[in-house]
Ligand binder design. Structure first.
Ligand code: KG4
Length: 337
């Protein structure tokens, strides 16, 4: 058996994972940074420093958990981007030195592709992997895309947001509601006992498979501002209903475009990926869409929706098998190349 060590440090989670050559995860250790909580968002400089102090203990814990000696490794993988540059530099530099010290090849991984290919991670050797092609709705704090995934290395972007991302929109709405950052999980929880038709927000409907969320963001802001004029406690008195209405507006706009893509392409496997794929309404709606069009539906386990090195390891294994290695002079990128 061969193993790959993968490092993820693109934002505010330091993670190390070890995968075997059958896509089974032997360890997936994540150190989440609490330091940002009081600032209402990730502070890049603090994130880099926290990665610096977390990286060695996290990697050591991954080896302890997997119970695999370092001389069984075949390669070292790392997230090259997109993400915060200072954070990425910690992971990239660590991976380079670690690989060099053990004379192992290096593998660079794109963080967004990793979210999509997280569906290939196996918990046990019996798990069956999905077939290509599949349609994937990639929804995170910074991205909203519908992809046609034809192979591990061939992703066609069918549509994407022309302005804000779905996660960004939910986080912004949560901020208006004075919920902690990131707002997505709070909105999801509150929405469970709310009325999704309580408020109606305007949603842009762009041609093809593209999204626009900036109008929705403004609509949420102005609607609440007007309501507060008449009723100063409007938010406090209707928090669950507002959360449910926001969530419904974002999710229905996502599902509408996914439905169009399913109808037009005839592809019979559909997936969601990225941080927002943890959303319970989105998961329910994508299931319903799958049932309606007789599609297989891929929903990632919660632990693979957030930033984690297991998904980096899965892409790394595809690249290792294709002998796609990185050179030592490679540098990280903040935005997609
Ligand atoms: O992919 P991700 O971890 O990070 C980056 O974008 O880099 O996604 C984070 C996003 C945040 O906007 C967060 O609020 C959202 O995912 N999120 C959720 C839920 N859990 C996380 N949004 C809605 N419902 C959730 N349950």
């Amino acid at each position: 058996m061969n193993y790959i060590l993968a490092i993820e440090s693109s934002c505010d989670d330091t993670s190390a994972a070890i995968i075997d050559n059958d896509f089974c995860i032997k360890a997936n250790v994540i150190a989440s940074q609490k330091v940002h909580q009081e600032y209402g968002g990730v502070v890049p400089e603090l994130a880099s420093r926290a990665h610096q102090s977390n990286i060695i203990p996290v990697v050591e814990k991954a080896f302890r958990t997997a119970q695999i000696p370092k001389n069984k490794l075949s390669a070292v993988a790392f997230t090259r981007g997109p993400g915060l540059l200072g954070s990425l530099l910690v992971g990239v530099s660590f991976a380079k030195s670690f690989a060099q010290s053990l004379s192992l090849p290096l593998i660079d991984v794109n963080h967004l592709e990793a979210h999509v290919l997280a569906h290939f991670i196996k918990e046990t050797p019996q798990n069956i992997q999905p077939n290509f092609p599949f349609l994937c709705l990639l929804v995170s704090g910074g991205n909203t895309q519908i992809l046609c995934v034809k192979s591990p290395f061939d992703f066609e972007i069918l549509g994407q947001t022309i302005d804000d991302a779905a996660g960004e929109t939910i986080d912004k709405a949560a901020k208006i509601l004075s919920l902690p950052y990131p707002g997505g999980p709070h909105i999801d929880k509150l929405a469970k006992s709310g009325n999704k038709h309580f408020l109606k927000f305007s949603i842009s409907n762009l041609p093809y498979y593209n999204f626009s969320f900036s109008g929705l963001k403004t609509s949420i802001l102005y609607t609440l501002r007007d309501k507060l004029k008449d009723e100063p406690d409007f938010i406090h008195n209707n928090l669950n209903d507002i959360a449910a209405s926001v969530q419904y507006a974002v999710v229905s706009s996502l599902i509408k475009k996914m439905e169009k893509a399913v109808k037009n392409t005839g592809i019979k496997t559909i997936a969601i990926a990225g941080g927002v794929s943890a959303n319970s309404l989105l998961q329910e709606e994508i299931q319903k869409l799958g049932e309606k069009y007789n599609c297989k539906v891929l929903i990632p386990p919660l632990k693979y929706t957030t930033d984690n090195a297991a998904m980096i390891a899965a892409v790394a294994l595809f690249k290792y098998n294709a002998k796609m290695f990185a050179s030592l002079d490679l540098t990280p990128y903040a935005r997609n190349l």
